[in-house]
Design a protein around this ligand. Sequence first.
Ligand SMILES: Cc1cc2nc3c(=O)[nH]c(=O)nc-3n(C[C@H](O)[C@H](O)[C@H](O)COP(=O)(O)OP(=O)(O)OC[C@H]3O[C@@H](n4cnc5c(N)ncnc54)[C@H](O)[C@@H]3O)c2cc1C
Length: 340
Amino acid sequence: MIPELLTDLDSRQQASRSWFPPHLKTRPVLCESVAQPESAEEVAALVAWAAANGKSLRAVGGGSGTSELAFVDIAIDTSRLTKLSWSEEDMTVTVGAGVTISAIEEQLTGHAYTLGQSLGSATLATVGGCIATDAHGLFTGRYGSFRESVLSQSTLGGIIVEATLKMHPQPEARAWTVFDFGDFDDACDALRLIHRSDARPSLARITSPQRMMLAFEGDEIVQTGHFQLAYAVCQQLGGTPGDPDDGERWLESRQRSDRWSANAQSETFADFMRLRAPWSSLAETCQRLRSVLEGRVTSLDIEIAHPTPHGATVELAFTLHGDEPRYRELRELIFPSRKV
Ligand SMILES: Cc1cc2nc3c(=O)[nH]c(=O)nc-3n(C[C@H](O)[C@H](O)[C@H](O)COP(=O)(O)OP(=O)(O)OC[C@H]3O[C@@H](n4cnc5c(N)ncnc54)[C@H](O)[C@@H]3O)c2cc1C
């Protein structure tokens, strides 16, 4: 049997929310109705019914996604898919798609385990949303991206219903090292060479200007080796060691930062985007973004994050004063091949 289809305005608005900056100012396009299935069987019935009746569907988790949402007939609100069980022996946690990341952490923390997915939106974001968007926490060096933490998942007609995720012991210790570099290219080279070596920082990031933050977590003996390797690479590339306490201070300020609140002001758009680039074109990508954004935006932060031996992510945070067409024009310049 299919679950009831809710058509009241409040349910439709709730199920159509998103943090796409223009949607935080003007009402997004509303879905026609909302279903709140409680089981995989109800989701399957809904998917079959929608296909037979030519209705489009989309899953809705915590609504913290930052992409523009197009119209759909039916929004599948996953908030009642709340199963949660875990196995210490298998080091896995099996969860319904609608469970939030902070709800999982609350369960695991008391037993000294963690998912390791430190998202800024943990209280809102759900398992289904995090898999669909491949969310990235800060400590991807140790825990990978969200999709990398999925061992299996059950999906019905594009709707994620349940997933089994990796869980990890909470790390025994965390040590930071901070290095300042004379120029951006040297900082990028150091980051690349660290990831070509056997050093595996849990968090590695170039913040502006040319400052590298490295965090090492886990068993102290193993992490000391990783730490020393990375330290030597930074010194070889001319880096100057900074105060390691700056690492923890940076993490705290990052976790407190509320870059979206500027969207409450009219004609101000605050946004955050990620672009993945191989090492060979990382510097060029950053240069292109700077030339597109500087002069058009009122604030700009460019950071390099989530490095692997093959490439890294350019993270952009900017604020733009202007109207919606100006904001959309800027997005098109950032993602030239993408229609926004
Ligand atoms: C303040 C703030 C901080 C943030 N911090 C981070 C961060 O640190 N790292 C990061 O990566 N992102 C971050 N985000 C972005 C956002 O939280 C993530 O994209 C998150 O994964 C979205 O999860 P959600 O449950 O809110 O998904 P929703 O917003 O509900 O949906 C997002 C997309 O996923 C799809 N979806 C949702 N559930 C399912 C399902 N069950 N099956 C199939 N598709 C589904 C939706 O259809 C939609 O396309 C942040 C956003 C905000 C507002």
